[in-house]
Design a protein around this ligand. Structure first.
Ligand SMILES: [Mn+2]
Length: 401
């Protein structure tokens, strides 16, 4: 019996633009500890093989501190005699040869892992373990593929694994039917998977951030999901990894199960702007934020819809944000779907009865102040302040994907 652990999409070293340095350090610690659970599990279960299906890192150039920590983990596996097999993912493979090597190569050079690097045809790792001959093929993603390509149809030749009792193929691509319809990237067609019947027993797929298992034709397809959720768009995603128990000889029997990893608590709440009272809007919103808060949580509160202009101007968003920031691990007050309702023609060029974005409202208030300014220096100061404010108005730190 072979025990094999398969994880993917750990995105170590991920950068969140609007987190403070302390928040970012703690968040990266969180990503590391989620991935470490896969290593701890492999050691505790005495797995013989550990496979990572790409995007171990969020980019091709993780910080050295992150690499040292990761090396320690692979050393633990190596010390226990666990074979480690890695491919890069679309995040940690450089987009061009000139941009250097995928960070996984470091672990191959240090003889802590075997890294599959050819994206044009699977290469094979074969080992006899407990009387079972296991062949694992690796096919990392090819950044040069056209967006409408089927990666398996673009290979240099047919997939021909060496003779073995059990044949697994590891890759990092979207599979037909698993991605949002608007996703614009290479997708493995189900027909290409069905054509592998009798050639490949199990297709192990990273990249798709949701745990699931499919059978296409006679081929089992396993997605372990990510080891941690990365964005608010992944609120419903199951995190974890997969463990395969393989019994031979050919035709081998494979039992796969998903192992859950508790993600960092994440919550998203929506406030209809029309529900915000004109009287005491800040205290009202603060009460809601308090009720939704928890110390270890990543919280997003979206305020959406039209808000009366006087209520908008009375609402102290910074105060609301500060309360959210104090009571949560990280707080995002998302106002991208908020508009400001203008009832009557004012002195700032409104037609009356229109809805404008908060950005427009900020810009128009600033332009009104500039128009009323006494000196050219004052105008310059107001314009510079306006541009600075609009620049900082920015995008949320943890975007949807
Ligand atoms: Mn990916």
């Amino acid at each position: 019996m072979i025990t094999l652990v398969f994880a993917a999409d750990s995105h170590l070293n991920k950068h969140y633009a609007r987190m403070t340095p302390d928040q970012l350090a703690a968040r990266r610690e969180r990503l590391r500890s989620a991935w470490k659970e896969t290593v701890d599990f492999a050691l505790a279960q005495r797995a013989q093989v550990y496979v990572h299906g790409g995007d171990l890192f969020d980019g091709p150039n993780p910080r050295t501190a992150e690499l040292i920590w990761t090396t320690d983990q692979f050393q633990r596996l190596a010390d226990a005699g666990v074979a480690v097999l890695l491919i890069g993912g679309n995040h940690d493979i450089p987009k061009s040869r000139l941009a250097g090597a995928t960070p996984q190569r470091l672990f191959d050079t240090a003889r802590l892992a075997h890294v599959f690097t050819d994206p044009t045809a699977p290469t094979w790792w074969v080992r006899d373990i407990g009387g079972i001959r296991l062949a694992v093929g690796g096919l990392p993603p090819d950044p040069r593929l056209a967006r409408d390509a089927d990666p398996l149809a673009e290979l240099a030749g047919p997939i021909t694994p060496p003779p073995a009792d059990c044949v697994l193929l590891v890759t990092h691509y979207a599979v037909e039917g698993t991605l949002h319809p608007s996703a614009d990237e290479p997708v493995i067609r189900k027909a290409s998977i069905a054509a592998l019947e009798g050639v490949v027993d199990y297709l192990l797929v990273g990249h798709v951030h949701t745990a699931r298992e499919l059978t296409v034709g006679g081929v089992k397809v396993l997605f372990p999901g990510p080891t941690e959720r990365l964005t608010f768009g992944e609120l419903d995603v199951r995190c974890g990894f997969a463990v395969l128990k393989i019994d031979g000889p050919r035709p081998c029997r494979i039992a796969a199960r998903h192992v859950h990893i508790d993600p960092q608590p994440m919550r998203r709440e929506t406030v209809r702007a029309t529900d915000i009272p004109a009287d005491g809007p800040t205290a009202w919103l603060v009460d809601r934020v308090r009720a939704w808060s928890a110390p270890d949580q990543i919280l997003q509160v979206r305020v959406e819809g039209p808000l009366r202009r006087d209520t908008y101007q009375a609402l102290r968003f910074l105060e609301v944000w500060q309360v959210g920031q104090d009571l949560n691990f990280y707080f995002d007050l998302d106002r991208h779907l908020l508009s400001v309702e203008v009832d009557s023609p004012g002195d700032l060029g409104y037609a009356g009865g229109e809805r404008v974005s908060p950005r427009m409202e900020i810009a128009r208030v600033a332009d009104g102040l500039a128009a009323a300014a006494a000196t050219a220096a004052e105008v310059d100061l107001i314009v510079a302040a306006r541009d600075l404010v609009l620049d900082h108005y920015g995008a949320p730190a943890i975007e949807d994907t």
